[in-house]
Design a protein around this ligand. Sequence first.
Ligand code: FAD
Length: 599
Amino acid sequence: MEVFKFIALSGSLVSAASPNNHSYSNILSIPQAEWVALNNTVGGRLQGVRPFEIACFSRFENRPLTPSPFNCNAVQAGYASPTFRSPHFNAYMMPHWETCQTSHQGCLLDDTNPKNPAAFNISNDCSQGSISPFYIDVRTERDVQSAFAFSARTGVPLSIKNSGHDYKGRSSSRGSLSLWTFNMKSMSYNKQFVPQGCNVSYNAVTVGAGASWQDVYAFADAHNLTIVGGYHQTVGASGGWLMGGGHSILSPALGLGVDRVVEIKIVTPDGQSRVANDCHNSDLFWALRGGGGGTFGVVLDLESTHKVEPQLSLQVASLSFNGTSTNLRQFYGLAINNSVKWGSEGWGGHIQGTALIYVTPNLSLDEARESMKPMSNFILSQNGTIVLETLTWYPFFLKYVVAAEAAVGSLTILGSRLVPKANFDTDSGKLQLLDFMMSLVPQSLPYVPVVPPVNFNFTEGSTSVTPAWRSALWHFGFHTSWEFNSSISDIQTQYAMVHNVTKTLRELTPGSGSYFNEGDVYELDHENTFWGPNYSQLLKIKRKYDPQSLLDCWQCVGWKGSDDARYCTRQVLRIVRGHRGSKPIPKWPFVLGHRDGAT
Ligand SMILES: Cc1cc2nc3c(=O)[nH]c(=O)nc-3n(C[C@H](O)[C@H](O)[C@H](O)COP(=O)(O)OP(=O)(O)OC[C@H]3O[C@@H](n4cnc5c(N)ncnc54)[C@H](O)[C@@H]3O)c2cc1C
């Protein structure tokens, strides 16, 4: 059995683990009899695993290794492809979460040219980094129950991975036993789905823990349905996306993922398999509707059931132009000035650099043309491109999302903030926002998912996401990245930049919050920022269902803190802040100003 061969080989990892890496040396010192017993209870689906890129390297954990050119070629060819990465347990969409960033331990290739030999030359050691050395390919609730019992008995920490999209690396964890839910792909449709114990029915689709959004969109389209989901083909439909909130460009009209889920099946860390809905375990259901993945339990096969709509006709506006320092200001100014009106018409979408792509199910094509006129006139004046057309969701997704596939494999980090409608209500508020956007331009063109559920009639108190979602018009993002061979100091600078831009956004939007799944890795006051007044209740529910704190993830509900060795990936900014060094955080060159006049 592969896993036992791996345990024998892992002796070198134990000796390589530093004394501080308590949790890492812990997992590798577990007696073989424990692993045998675990493997027997999970149907032989316990696996030992090494890093995704190992085939390219000639050293692993400071020992010589024979590279495998054939396997290395395959990894190099698929390095930037989400569909290549997602079926590999040991691959993450942002590969820095495969490594220990504080010590440069990992096996990164050059994402701009994966064949660049400088990344894997003879002097470069590949190491296990943050890849769990063992995982269970989860298929049944018994697998999860066995893992919880194993963790309680041995002290080995657990982690949960689905697609590996998480922007904060919460699905990788050094020295953990990982539960990989990716292969649970079931999907079913029920016109009259009745949540267990309830007496209402919904037109609903039920999806397995590992189903990706592209799978689900194809399934919904084949049944002539529209379902609200993420803007990327390999993001999972039932995992972190859903439990963190789940935005879609249809959310302004149809709500967040958490607004549309009607039932979740989950195994909680106390070993119980539970159905959570409005009538059954309703406290847990509320917590799962925004409290975040990875902390309340493991969502399982036939797991989350989502309300669907009959097939909707969507008006699509896709506009782009060549940007300059002067016309960019006009473009962003127009987007800001029209946002309240567009929000009331159900438009949602993305403003990305010099392009805008919006959809709405609430207008006819003529109304959509009229609504977009101020922006279309501007784009025409810049000799840009305008497409206004009517599509249903899946053809839209294939044409505009898959065709312009967001590249993965880069070392990218993100910060974000929900921008309230109040910022768009006054000239000074709009001007501040515009100045802020322009201040970003030299570093990175602004990225604004226009996804808050402004037009959706939600039920007060039904979800645990921050209430800031309900009063926001924009979810403003900022990202940056570094190179495979960047120094720790360069990486610190990038984290500090995102941290400081987010801080400026916070000052611009007092009292608002951020999206748990896409916030700054080093978000200050994260409980309040991600959940606001809901946090204390979420914590009570976490303690009720996970009394031994078997699940822990970065800035999740009940997080134990950053000192644990499993977070070796994320202690970089702590060094910047002076906990372990003295490097000052660079200031973002933006000062909040007040100017009069229209934007
Ligand atoms: C390219 C890209 C595009 C994105 N687009 C969108 C978008 O359009 N809308 C949006 O809202 N977000 C988007 N995101 C963010 C996305 O929602 C988060 O990254 C989310 O955490 C992904 O969840 P996952 O389960 O697919 O990923 P993973 O990284 O596998 O898991 C994320 C978290 O969920 C937990 N988890 C996963 N499965 C389970 C389970 N079965 N039970 C319990 N916990 C589980 C993990 O432990 C981890 O904490 C995008 C991210 C990327 C990288």
